[in-house]
Design a protein around this ligand. Structure first.
Ligand SMILES: Cc1cc2nc3c(=O)[nH]c(=O)nc-3n(C[C@H](O)[C@H](O)[C@H](O)COP(=O)(O)OP(=O)(O)OC[C@H]3O[C@@H](n4cnc5c(N)ncnc54)[C@H](O)[C@@H]3O)c2cc1C
Length: 299
Protein backbone atom coordinates (compact mmCIF):
# COMPACT_ATOMS: atom_id res chain seq x y z
CA UNK A 1 0.00 0.00 0.00
CA UNK A 2 1.41 3.35 -1.08
CA UNK A 3 0.36 6.01 1.47
CA UNK A 4 1.14 9.72 1.48
CA UNK A 5 0.54 11.64 4.69
CA UNK A 6 0.38 15.40 4.24
CA UNK A 7 1.36 17.21 7.45
CA UNK A 8 3.89 16.19 10.12
CA UNK A 9 1.90 17.47 13.09
CA UNK A 10 0.99 14.98 15.79
CA UNK A 11 -1.91 13.55 13.72
CA UNK A 12 0.22 12.87 10.64
CA UNK A 13 3.08 11.44 12.68
CA UNK A 14 0.80 9.21 14.70
CA UNK A 15 -0.75 7.90 11.47
CA UNK A 16 2.62 7.24 9.82
CA UNK A 17 3.99 5.64 12.98
CA UNK A 18 1.06 3.23 13.33
CA UNK A 19 1.41 2.27 9.66
CA UNK A 20 5.17 1.76 10.07
CA UNK A 21 4.55 -0.49 13.07
CA UNK A 22 2.53 -2.69 10.72
CA UNK A 23 5.05 -2.71 7.91
CA UNK A 24 3.71 0.16 5.79
CA UNK A 25 6.22 2.97 5.26
CA UNK A 26 4.23 6.10 4.41
CA UNK A 27 5.78 9.19 2.84
CA UNK A 28 5.14 12.19 5.12
CA UNK A 29 5.21 15.56 3.36
CA UNK A 30 5.55 18.63 5.58
CA UNK A 31 5.68 22.18 4.35
CA UNK A 32 7.53 23.44 7.43
CA UNK A 33 11.21 23.19 8.23
CA UNK A 34 10.51 21.11 11.35
CA UNK A 35 7.98 18.51 12.44
CA UNK A 36 5.33 19.09 15.11
CA UNK A 37 2.92 21.64 13.63
CA UNK A 38 1.11 23.24 16.55
CA UNK A 39 3.06 21.05 18.97
CA UNK A 40 5.66 23.75 18.60
CA UNK A 41 8.76 24.87 20.44
CA UNK A 42 10.89 27.70 19.11
CA UNK A 43 14.42 28.58 20.06
CA UNK A 44 15.05 32.08 21.45
CA UNK A 45 18.65 32.57 22.50
CA UNK A 46 19.84 29.43 24.24
CA UNK A 47 16.51 27.81 25.08
CA UNK A 48 13.27 26.62 23.55
CA UNK A 49 9.88 28.02 24.53
CA UNK A 50 6.60 26.22 23.84
CA UNK A 51 4.66 28.52 21.52
CA UNK A 52 1.74 26.28 20.47
CA UNK A 53 0.17 23.65 22.71
CA UNK A 54 0.76 24.58 26.34
CA UNK A 55 0.72 21.03 27.70
CA UNK A 56 -0.65 17.55 27.08
CA UNK A 57 -3.57 15.94 28.79
CA UNK A 58 -3.46 12.14 28.58
CA UNK A 59 -6.77 10.63 29.68
CA UNK A 60 -6.98 8.05 26.91
CA UNK A 61 -5.31 4.82 28.13
CA UNK A 62 -3.17 4.40 25.00
CA UNK A 63 -2.05 8.03 24.91
CA UNK A 64 -1.38 7.82 28.66
CA UNK A 65 0.83 4.78 27.97
CA UNK A 66 2.73 6.82 25.38
CA UNK A 67 3.13 9.69 27.86
CA UNK A 68 4.46 7.21 30.43
CA UNK A 69 6.89 5.78 27.88
CA UNK A 70 8.10 9.32 27.16
CA UNK A 71 8.43 9.91 30.88
CA UNK A 72 10.52 6.74 31.32
CA UNK A 73 12.92 8.09 28.67
CA UNK A 74 13.06 11.57 30.24
CA UNK A 75 11.23 13.20 27.32
CA UNK A 76 8.00 14.17 29.14
CA UNK A 77 7.05 14.81 32.73
CA UNK A 78 3.86 15.39 34.69
CA UNK A 79 3.80 19.16 35.21
CA UNK A 80 0.80 20.15 37.31
CA UNK A 81 -2.85 19.32 37.89
CA UNK A 82 -3.57 22.80 39.26
CA UNK A 83 -3.72 25.98 37.25
CA UNK A 84 -4.50 29.47 38.48
CA UNK A 85 -7.71 31.15 37.37
CA UNK A 86 -7.83 34.94 37.10
CA UNK A 87 -10.09 36.14 38.58
CA UNK A 88 -10.90 33.28 40.95
CA UNK A 89 -9.46 30.34 42.84
CA UNK A 90 -7.00 27.85 41.36
CA UNK A 91 -8.61 25.01 39.47
CA UNK A 92 -7.56 21.39 39.88
CA UNK A 93 -8.12 19.14 36.88
CA UNK A 94 -6.31 16.40 35.02
CA UNK A 95 -2.52 16.14 35.14
CA UNK A 96 -0.93 18.39 32.52
CA UNK A 97 2.22 17.01 30.96
CA UNK A 98 5.17 19.06 29.77
CA UNK A 99 8.47 18.26 28.08
CA UNK A 100 11.88 19.32 29.42
CA UNK A 101 13.17 19.67 25.83
CA UNK A 102 10.05 21.53 24.63
CA UNK A 103 6.86 19.82 23.47
CA UNK A 104 8.09 19.63 19.88
CA UNK A 105 10.71 17.13 21.05
CA UNK A 106 7.84 14.63 21.44
CA UNK A 107 6.85 15.08 17.80
CA UNK A 108 10.51 14.70 16.82
CA UNK A 109 10.55 11.44 18.76
CA UNK A 110 7.48 10.13 16.92
CA UNK A 111 9.08 11.10 13.60
CA UNK A 112 12.22 9.07 14.32
CA UNK A 113 12.75 6.46 11.59
CA UNK A 114 9.81 7.64 9.44
CA UNK A 115 10.15 8.90 5.86
CA UNK A 116 9.45 12.58 6.62
CA UNK A 117 10.24 15.14 3.93
CA UNK A 118 10.44 18.69 5.24
CA UNK A 119 10.08 21.88 3.16
CA UNK A 120 7.59 19.94 1.02
CA UNK A 121 4.44 21.98 0.55
CA UNK A 122 1.67 20.04 -1.19
CA UNK A 123 -0.61 22.10 -3.42
CA UNK A 124 -3.10 19.44 -4.59
CA UNK A 125 -4.12 16.00 -3.38
CA UNK A 126 -1.28 13.76 -4.65
CA UNK A 127 -2.51 11.40 -7.38
CA UNK A 128 0.36 8.91 -7.11
CA UNK A 129 -0.80 7.17 -3.92
CA UNK A 130 -3.34 4.49 -2.95
CA UNK A 131 -4.27 6.61 0.09
CA UNK A 132 -3.67 10.25 0.97
CA UNK A 133 -4.07 11.41 4.57
CA UNK A 134 -4.54 15.15 5.01
CA UNK A 135 -3.45 15.58 8.64
CA UNK A 136 -4.14 19.26 9.18
CA UNK A 137 -6.85 21.82 9.96
CA UNK A 138 -9.82 21.63 7.57
CA UNK A 139 -9.26 25.13 6.08
CA UNK A 140 -5.70 24.11 5.12
CA UNK A 141 -6.97 20.84 3.61
CA UNK A 142 -9.51 22.73 1.50
CA UNK A 143 -6.64 24.45 -0.37
CA UNK A 144 -5.73 21.03 -1.78
CA UNK A 145 -9.20 20.63 -3.34
CA UNK A 146 -10.11 17.32 -1.65
CA UNK A 147 -13.10 15.19 -2.79
CA UNK A 148 -16.63 16.16 -1.73
CA UNK A 149 -17.14 14.36 1.59
CA UNK A 150 -13.74 15.43 2.90
CA UNK A 151 -14.32 19.00 1.69
CA UNK A 152 -17.73 19.05 3.42
CA UNK A 153 -16.21 17.84 6.70
CA UNK A 154 -13.42 20.41 6.40
CA UNK A 155 -15.94 23.21 5.76
CA UNK A 156 -17.96 22.22 8.83
CA UNK A 157 -14.95 22.83 11.11
CA UNK A 158 -14.96 26.14 12.97
CA UNK A 159 -11.55 27.59 13.88
CA UNK A 160 -10.30 30.38 16.10
CA UNK A 161 -6.95 32.15 15.80
CA UNK A 162 -4.51 32.81 18.65
CA UNK A 163 -1.47 35.05 18.91
CA UNK A 164 1.26 33.77 21.20
CA UNK A 165 3.72 36.12 22.90
CA UNK A 166 6.90 34.73 24.43
CA UNK A 167 7.92 37.16 27.17
CA UNK A 168 11.55 36.86 28.33
CA UNK A 169 12.26 38.84 31.51
CA UNK A 170 15.59 39.75 33.10
CA UNK A 171 14.69 37.71 36.20
CA UNK A 172 11.83 35.80 37.85
CA UNK A 173 9.80 38.31 39.85
CA UNK A 174 6.36 36.74 40.07
CA UNK A 175 4.77 34.43 42.64
CA UNK A 176 4.77 30.80 41.43
CA UNK A 177 1.57 29.94 39.61
CA UNK A 178 2.47 27.26 36.95
CA UNK A 179 -0.05 28.53 34.42
CA UNK A 180 -3.32 30.43 34.43
CA UNK A 181 -6.63 30.63 32.65
CA UNK A 182 -7.58 34.28 32.32
CA UNK A 183 -11.34 34.74 32.16
CA UNK A 184 -13.24 37.62 30.56
CA UNK A 185 -10.05 39.53 29.82
CA UNK A 186 -9.96 41.82 26.77
CA UNK A 187 -6.51 40.59 25.66
CA UNK A 188 -5.36 37.44 27.47
CA UNK A 189 -6.75 33.89 27.42
CA UNK A 190 -3.94 32.00 29.17
CA UNK A 191 -0.48 32.65 30.61
CA UNK A 192 2.00 29.87 31.36
CA UNK A 193 5.30 29.96 33.18
CA UNK A 194 7.55 28.37 30.57
CA UNK A 195 10.49 28.08 32.98
CA UNK A 196 8.31 26.20 35.46
CA UNK A 197 6.77 24.06 32.73
CA UNK A 198 10.08 23.13 31.16
CA UNK A 199 11.77 22.77 34.56
CA UNK A 200 14.73 25.10 33.93
CA UNK A 201 13.19 28.03 35.89
CA UNK A 202 14.06 30.46 33.09
CA UNK A 203 12.27 33.82 33.55
CA UNK A 204 10.01 33.26 30.55
CA UNK A 205 6.23 33.50 30.35
CA UNK A 206 4.13 32.49 27.34
CA UNK A 207 0.85 34.37 26.86
CA UNK A 208 -1.96 33.38 24.48
CA UNK A 209 -4.33 36.05 23.24
CA UNK A 210 -8.08 35.90 23.05
CA UNK A 211 -9.38 34.97 19.62
CA UNK A 212 -10.84 38.50 19.24
CA UNK A 213 -7.42 40.12 19.69
CA UNK A 214 -5.87 37.56 17.35
CA UNK A 215 -8.46 38.31 14.65
CA UNK A 216 -7.79 42.05 14.94
CA UNK A 217 -4.03 41.50 14.54
CA UNK A 218 -3.88 38.66 12.03
CA UNK A 219 -2.31 40.85 9.33
CA UNK A 220 0.17 42.45 11.75
CA UNK A 221 0.68 40.09 14.70
CA UNK A 222 3.77 41.95 15.92
CA UNK A 223 1.51 44.81 16.97
CA UNK A 224 -0.21 42.48 19.47
CA UNK A 225 3.11 41.84 21.28
CA UNK A 226 3.11 45.03 23.40
CA UNK A 227 -0.58 44.50 24.26
CA UNK A 228 0.07 40.95 25.51
CA UNK A 229 3.21 42.03 27.39
CA UNK A 230 1.45 44.94 29.10
CA UNK A 231 -1.58 42.83 30.04
CA UNK A 232 0.62 40.04 31.45
CA UNK A 233 2.74 42.50 33.45
CA UNK A 234 -0.38 44.08 34.90
CA UNK A 235 -2.00 40.71 35.71
CA UNK A 236 1.03 39.34 37.56
CA UNK A 237 2.44 42.61 38.92
CA UNK A 238 5.71 42.48 36.98
CA UNK A 239 7.33 45.91 36.65
CA UNK A 240 10.15 44.82 34.27
CA UNK A 241 9.80 45.10 30.49
CA UNK A 242 10.28 41.75 28.74
CA UNK A 243 11.83 40.93 25.40
CA UNK A 244 8.80 39.99 23.27
CA UNK A 245 8.55 37.40 20.47
CA UNK A 246 5.25 36.88 18.72
CA UNK A 247 3.80 33.95 16.78
CA UNK A 248 0.52 33.92 14.85
CA UNK A 249 -1.67 30.81 14.70
CA UNK A 250 -4.38 31.48 12.10
CA UNK A 251 -5.91 28.06 12.74
CA UNK A 252 -5.18 27.50 16.42
CA UNK A 253 -8.22 25.91 17.98
CA UNK A 254 -11.19 24.17 16.38
CA UNK A 255 -14.62 23.86 17.94
CA UNK A 256 -14.96 20.31 19.33
CA UNK A 257 -16.20 17.91 16.65
CA UNK A 258 -17.25 14.30 16.23
CA UNK A 259 -14.60 11.75 15.48
CA UNK A 260 -12.41 10.21 14.53
CA UNK A 261 -11.81 11.31 10.90
CA UNK A 262 -13.48 12.04 7.55
CA UNK A 263 -12.92 10.09 4.36
CA UNK A 264 -13.93 10.02 0.71
CA UNK A 265 -12.47 7.24 -1.41
CA UNK A 266 -8.70 7.24 -1.04
CA UNK A 267 -8.55 10.65 0.72
CA UNK A 268 -8.73 11.00 4.49
CA UNK A 269 -8.86 14.00 6.81
CA UNK A 270 -7.41 13.73 10.35
CA UNK A 271 -6.59 16.14 13.13
CA UNK A 272 -7.69 17.68 16.38
CA UNK A 273 -11.05 18.88 15.04
CA UNK A 274 -12.32 15.29 15.45
CA UNK A 275 -12.94 15.48 19.20
CA UNK A 276 -11.84 17.94 21.89
CA UNK A 277 -9.20 20.27 20.43
CA UNK A 278 -6.18 18.63 21.98
CA UNK A 279 -2.93 16.94 21.11
CA UNK A 280 -4.37 13.64 22.31
CA UNK A 281 -7.30 13.97 19.89
CA UNK A 282 -4.96 14.59 16.96
CA UNK A 283 -2.87 11.55 17.93
CA UNK A 284 -5.97 9.35 18.20
CA UNK A 285 -7.37 10.66 14.91
CA UNK A 286 -4.16 9.93 12.98
CA UNK A 287 -3.93 6.47 14.50
CA UNK A 288 -7.58 5.74 13.69
CA UNK A 289 -6.96 6.54 10.01
CA UNK A 290 -3.93 4.24 9.98
CA UNK A 291 -5.93 1.42 11.56
CA UNK A 292 -8.76 1.86 9.04
CA UNK A 293 -6.24 1.78 6.18
CA UNK A 294 -4.57 -1.34 7.54
CA UNK A 295 -7.94 -3.03 7.94
CA UNK A 296 -9.03 -2.14 4.41
CA UNK A 297 -5.76 -3.46 2.96
CA UNK A 298 -6.36 -6.82 4.68
CA UNK A 299 -9.73 -7.29 2.97
C1 LIG B 1 -1.88 28.48 20.91
C2 LIG B 1 -2.29 27.05 21.04
C3 LIG B 1 -2.48 26.48 22.30
C4 LIG B 1 -2.84 25.14 22.43
N1 LIG B 1 -2.91 24.58 23.67
C5 LIG B 1 -3.10 23.24 23.79
C6 LIG B 1 -2.98 22.59 25.05
O1 LIG B 1 -2.64 23.22 26.06
N2 LIG B 1 -3.19 21.24 25.11
C7 LIG B 1 -3.50 20.51 24.00
O2 LIG B 1 -3.66 19.28 24.10
N3 LIG B 1 -3.60 21.10 22.78
C8 LIG B 1 -3.39 22.43 22.66
N4 LIG B 1 -3.44 23.02 21.42
C9 LIG B 1 -3.88 22.23 20.28
C10 LIG B 1 -2.79 21.28 19.78
O3 LIG B 1 -1.62 22.01 19.49
C11 LIG B 1 -3.33 20.58 18.55
O4 LIG B 1 -4.48 19.87 18.96
C12 LIG B 1 -2.40 19.58 17.88
O5 LIG B 1 -1.06 19.98 17.91
C13 LIG B 1 -2.91 19.43 16.44
O6 LIG B 1 -2.12 18.52 15.71
P1 LIG B 1 -2.50 18.21 14.20
O7 LIG B 1 -1.50 17.23 13.72
O8 LIG B 1 -3.94 17.85 14.09
O9 LIG B 1 -2.37 19.60 13.41
P2 LIG B 1 -1.12 20.53 13.19
O10 LIG B 1 -0.23 20.49 14.36
O11 LIG B 1 -1.67 21.85 12.77
O12 LIG B 1 -0.34 19.86 11.97
C14 LIG B 1 -0.65 20.09 10.63
C15 LIG B 1 0.65 20.06 9.83
O13 LIG B 1 0.34 20.08 8.45
C16 LIG B 1 1.26 20.92 7.80
N5 LIG B 1 0.66 21.35 6.54
C17 LIG B 1 -0.46 22.10 6.39
N6 LIG B 1 -0.72 22.29 5.06
C18 LIG B 1 0.25 21.63 4.39
C19 LIG B 1 0.53 21.46 3.00
N7 LIG B 1 -0.25 21.99 2.05
N8 LIG B 1 1.62 20.74 2.63
C20 LIG B 1 2.42 20.18 3.60
N9 LIG B 1 2.21 20.31 4.93
C21 LIG B 1 1.13 21.03 5.32
C22 LIG B 1 1.50 22.05 8.80
O14 LIG B 1 2.71 22.73 8.52
C23 LIG B 1 1.53 21.28 10.11
O15 LIG B 1 2.83 20.85 10.46
C24 LIG B 1 -3.06 24.36 21.26
C25 LIG B 1 -2.87 24.92 20.00
C26 LIG B 1 -2.46 26.24 19.89
C27 LIG B 1 -2.19 26.81 18.52
Amino acid sequence: MNVVVVGAGIAGLSCARELAQHGVQARVLERGRVVGGRLASKRYGDRYADIGAAYLVADDPDFAALAEAWRARGLARPWTDTLAVFPGDPSTGPMRWAAPGGLRSLAADLAEGLDVRLDSEVTAVPDDADAVVLAMPGPQALRLDPPAAVADAARRQVWQPVITAVLAYPERSWADFHGAFVNDHPVLATVCDDGDRRGDRAPVLVAHSTSAVAREHLSDPTAAGPLLAAATGELLGIPAQPEVHVHRWTYAQPAPGGGPYATDGRVWLAGDAFGKPRVQTAWLSGRAVARALLQSSER
